[in-house]
Design a protein around this ligand. Sequence first.
Ligand code: SAM
Length: 239
Amino acid sequence: MKLSLKSRNKLRNKLRGLIQRCASERLKRYLWNAEFSGGRWDFIYKTPNDCIYPYIEKYANGGSILDLGCGTGNTSNEIPVTVYADYTGVDISDVAVAKAIKRSLDNGRSAKNRYLRSDFATYAPNGQFDLILFRESLYYLPPANVEPTLERYSKYLKPGGVIIVRLCDWSGKCRPIVELIEREYEVVDQHLADTRAADSTMVGIIVFQRRSRSRCLPGSASAEQDGGQSSQHEPSFNA
Ligand SMILES: C[S@@+](CC[C@H](N)C(=O)[O-])C[C@H]1O[C@@H](n2cnc3c(N)ncnc32)[C@H](O)[C@@H]1O
């Protein structure tokens, strides 16, 4: 039986998605390296004015940023250098990391920006951060691992720190991630961008932090003291 071109592409995409989420670290790295070397991601090599940047500026707090799935260093080279003190980018692809390092050198940011080649499914940071970022990378985890991974990384937030997630196809394939975040975390900011994509998918940004103890334990002493309103940032939603 001969498959049509459309069916072959569909099959190839399914296999690619499966490898990106579920394969061994080595196989994932091989695939991402091949894609970065082959130019598949050249179209996002530079993203000035991305809709996520105002949120990074707002929540970086002049402090430490951890960027999981940092790619070729867009965020660390495009946000104003003054809005953060130090930046750690983690990516599974050596090719992406090499490009990010070169870009930071060229931009005179190598004192602030550092990059590590690692799988964020297992990476263990050695510090605390004001802002942890998953910019178009969280959905490369198997769906069942999204919640434990967010929970694990949220322990590396400084008091008042936030996680920011950027997701394409907000209302489609990424909807379960949005719903999980809304259910489990204190959402402090949210933004939907009209990208005018041909397939009319929407990009969304969600900023959140761990629920305060008082929210988790209604009736606890701290809940009674602050009326359950001890979140570090006032919620605001921009649609
Ligand atoms: C769509 S690109 C986004 C890159 C960058 N965040 C940006 O927005 O420009 C996804 C990135 O996530 C990285 N990635 C995917 N799975 C990963 C994993 N398990 N651990 C670390 N990085 C991963 C890829 O290598 C790739 O650079």
